[in-house]
Design a protein around this ligand. Structure first.
Ligand code: 13P
Length: 251
């Protein structure tokens, strides 16, 4: 049985004041969150230390939006998993479309990050998704297949309990245009099949890996999306960045 997950990606949207106020509000409400759902928030790296202290001993886990896959080392501007471990952080996003689009992050670099994270006890949330041009050109499944093969292909199969996938169609991110439950379910089922095909024990892995949907998830569409057979949760941007709209996702 896969868990149901609500994850909030705060992106670079929040000031320190806003991020801390949101974290304090979440801490106050945390005990009333349903026990049958996992909650994780991903603040900017500059807010990770403060937010993780506020949410310590709450039902809400904290993760990083990005990592560099190496031990403590000379790597200007980056954040390493060892530094996150010191804060008790055990989750990280990998390959968000904004990093792929604007920072040229490749699936093969994502592969290094996922492997490093999972080997070091983190849960890596690997983001994949097609652009509008790719969908309109009929290339959705080709693009998703390539992202899965390059990102997850050579990962040791025993690391999969520490890997989640997030399907985030780029055309649905921050646009208010949400994929229909049928479109999202079709993509999720395809991703599960692709993951299954990567390994000998693929069926066991693909049956147990959580796959989240991201792209304009809100309180009024989350229930229908999460009721699809292959959708295990939401990776939410805008609606996770305000206390009321984030809490409303759990109702
Ligand atoms: P929105 O929910 O704002 O569309 O963002 C989705 C996203 O990119 C989550 O990672």
């Amino acid at each position: 049985m896969r868990p149901k997950i609500i994850a909030g990606n705060w992106k670079m949207n929040l000031s320190e004041k806003e991020a801390l106020a949101l974290a304090i509000g979440l801490k106050e409400k945390s005990s009333s969150l349903p026990d049958d759902k996992k909650a994780v928030v991903f603040p900017s790296s500059i807010h990770l230390a403060a937010v993780s202290r506020i949410l310590e001993n709450s039902k809400i886990a904290v993760g990083a939006q990005n990592i560099y896959p190496a031990p403590l080392t000379a790597m200007t501007g980056e954040t390493g998993p060892d530094q996150l471990s010191e804060l008790g952080i055990k989750f990280a996003l990998v390959g968000h479309s904004e990093r792929r689009q604007f920072l040229a992050e490749s699936s093969s670099f994502c592969n290094q990050k996922i492997s490093y994270l999972a080997k070091n006890g983190f849960t890596a949330v690997y983001c994949v998704g097609e652009t509008l041009a790719e969908r309109e050109a009929g290339k959705t499944f080709e693009v998703l297949g390539k992202q899965i093969q390059e990102g997850l292909g050579s990962i040791q199969s025993d690391l999969f309990p520490r890997i989640w996938v997030a399907y985030e169609p780029v055309w649905a991110i921050g646009t208010g245009k949400v994929a229909t439950p049928a479109q999202a379910q079709e993509a999720h089922a395809f991703l599960r099949k692709e993951i299954s095909g990567l390994f000998q024990e693929g069926k066991t892995i693909s049956d147990s890996i959580p796959i989240l949907y991201g792209g304009s998830v809100k309180a009024d569409n989350v229930k229908e999306l999460l009721s699809q057979a292959d959708i295990d949760g939401g990776l939410v941007g805008g609606a996770s960045q305000k206390l009321d709209s984030f809490l409303a996702l759990f109702k």
